[in-house]
Design a protein around this ligand. Structure first.
Ligand SMILES: *Cc1c(COP(=O)(O)O)cnc(C)c1O
Length: 463
């Protein structure tokens, strides 16, 4: 004989202490819906199997999990233990705490974002950034849009519509998240004129492709996220400048990561800076705000004033315009560059990039020490390598130290998932049957949290 279905009434569940806790956190309507869902599931399960009825506490737990999943903050802090400093999926650059006050005011106070305090009339939102950007890069003029993809789009749509843009075949890059040079070209209404080959492009290739009727620009694209080795040749901005002058063609450079400092000082090889690209003769340089600049998501456009003035007049600029919080965060970040001494201390990207390996080793040992008492886990401090990330400098391998852990009670995948599902998720690297916590991107105070979380997952105990 079939067993009778036994589920409590919703109003009964709503009176339990567990539901009271949920009502404290979520509106009544949402709690009621979640409890209804839990009861419905329970009823279905009882119909299909001969299980004993769930307790009220268990039903409230199902509802709680549902409410947490759907309605607690979704975009939130995570701990980056991947070692990748600019992890695009983890928000790229962490902002400097030095911008905190300015960012706070932009968000929670009225601001002069488009108000000229000198004249008491309408101002430009670019005024806050232009002076800093021209001072730091040596450019005549500057403006900022939503991201670097938008900057390139705006450039093409303004100067190259229905016309050809000459690009080397070795520079037709794809950046993660579907930014591809050929496609952005099409979107901007420009016609891509590829020259050269994948590994070699010469000055003469540009010269031969030039057509006074059709050519609107030379575009150089930084091959940010890949590196070709061997029999290669590309045309530099200096060389292209000579040709551009001779043929009266604008010269644009999509630099991707906009570097303002000599990276050699931070322990990696020198990469062309924005200043150098402008000095070499680019009319316009575009770059990201949240890659090696270490600021918020933004697309910075610097270069000749006549070009920038024309860009500002394009209606598309309005559609791609930056928010006041971005302006505040970017201005605050750029102000740090006025005193270069400050950046390795104050900008998280440069702080993490230049942390000496001995310090990393010490931090890794500290984490391992915190885990030694856990019998359900084996851990080891190991040397490893990390990446800069954000599609920048793929050939740079940063030496680092990791704590490699291996649970003895369940598989490494299970541990990786459990860490991801914590209230403050911890993202680590799985390598074969080990989980690696790369210390380079982990802050001191986060080490304790990692240890606590592992203890909780492995023993079920809080402290
Ligand atoms: C990263 C990158 C882009 C895209 O910049 P976003 O700021 O992510 O939009 C475009 N071009 C190059 C060369 C890049 O490296």
């Amino acid at each position: 004989m079939k067993q009778k279905i036994q589920v409590p009434a919703i109003h009964t569940l709503l009176c339990t202490p567990e539901a009271a806790g949920l009502l404290h956190e979520f509106p009544r309507e949402l709690v009621t819906d979640a409890l209804r869902f839990a009861v419905k599931k329970e009823r279905e399960q009882q119909m299909q199997t001969e299980k004993s009825p769930a307790t009220n506490v268990a039903l409230c737990k199902v509802a709680a999990a549902l409410l947490q999943k759907d309605y607690s903050a979704s975009c939130k802090k995570v701990i980056n233990a991947t070692g990748t400093i600019l992890h695009t999926n983890l928000g790229r650059a962490k902002l400097s705490l030095a911008v905190q006050e300015q960012l706070y005011d932009a968000a929670f106070e009225f601001t002069n974002v488009e108000y000229d305090l000198e004249s008491g009339t309408r101002g430009s939102r670019y005024q806050h950034l232009e002076k800093l950007l021209t001072k730091l890069t040596g450019a005549e003029s500057a403006m900022v849009v939503n991201n670097n993809a938008a900057a390139v789009l705006l450039l093409l749509a303004t100067f190259c519509r229905q016309k050809e843009v000459i690009v080397s075949r070795g520079e037709l890059v794809e950046i993660g998240g579907s930014f591809r040079i050929p496609e952005i070209m099409q979107l901007g209404g420009a016609i891509l004129r590829e020259v050269g080959t994948t590994n070699k492009t010469h000055m003469a290739d540009f010269e031969q492709a030039f057509d006074p009727e059709k050519t609107s620009a030379f575009l150089k694209v930084h091959t940010s996220n890949f590196h070709i080795q061997g029999f290669t040749e590309s045309v530099s901005i200096q060389q292209l400048r000579l040709l551009a002058d001779q043929l009266h063609v604008p010269l644009f450079y999509d630099m991707g990561s906009g570097i303002l400092v000599d990276l050699k000082k931070y322990g990696v090889q020198h990469e062309e800076t924005v200043q150098e690209a402008l000095a070499a003769g680019a009319d316009i340089v575009t770059f990201s705000g949240d890659k090696l600049l270490g600021g918020p998501q933004a697309g910075v456009i610097v270069g000749k004033k006549t070009f920038i003035d024309t860009l500002k007049k394009n209606q598309l600029t309005r559609a791609l315009r930056v928010d006041k919080m971005t302006i505040a965060a970017l201005e605050g970040t750029l102000r740090l560059y006025l005193d270069e001494q400050e950046i390795s201390e104050k900008l998280p990207f440069y702080r993490m990039l230049s942390t000496p390996v001995e310090v990393l080793q010490e931090k890794a040992r500290y984490l391992k020490g915190q885990l030694d008492e856990l019998t359900a886990l084996r851990s080891e401090v190991k040397e490893s390598t990390a990446q800069i990330g954000g599609g920048s400098m793929p050939n740079v391998q940063l030496p680092t130290f990791v704590v490699a852990v291996r649970p003895t009670v369940f598989g490494v995948q299970h541990l990786e998932t459990a860490l991801r599902k914590l209230e403050i998720p911890i993202i680590a690297r799985v390598q074969q049957d080990e989980l690696l916590f790369d210390i380079r991107t982990v802050e001191k105070e986060e080490i304790v949290l990692i240890a606590q979380s592992l203890r909780q997952i492995l023993t079920g105990k809080e402290a």
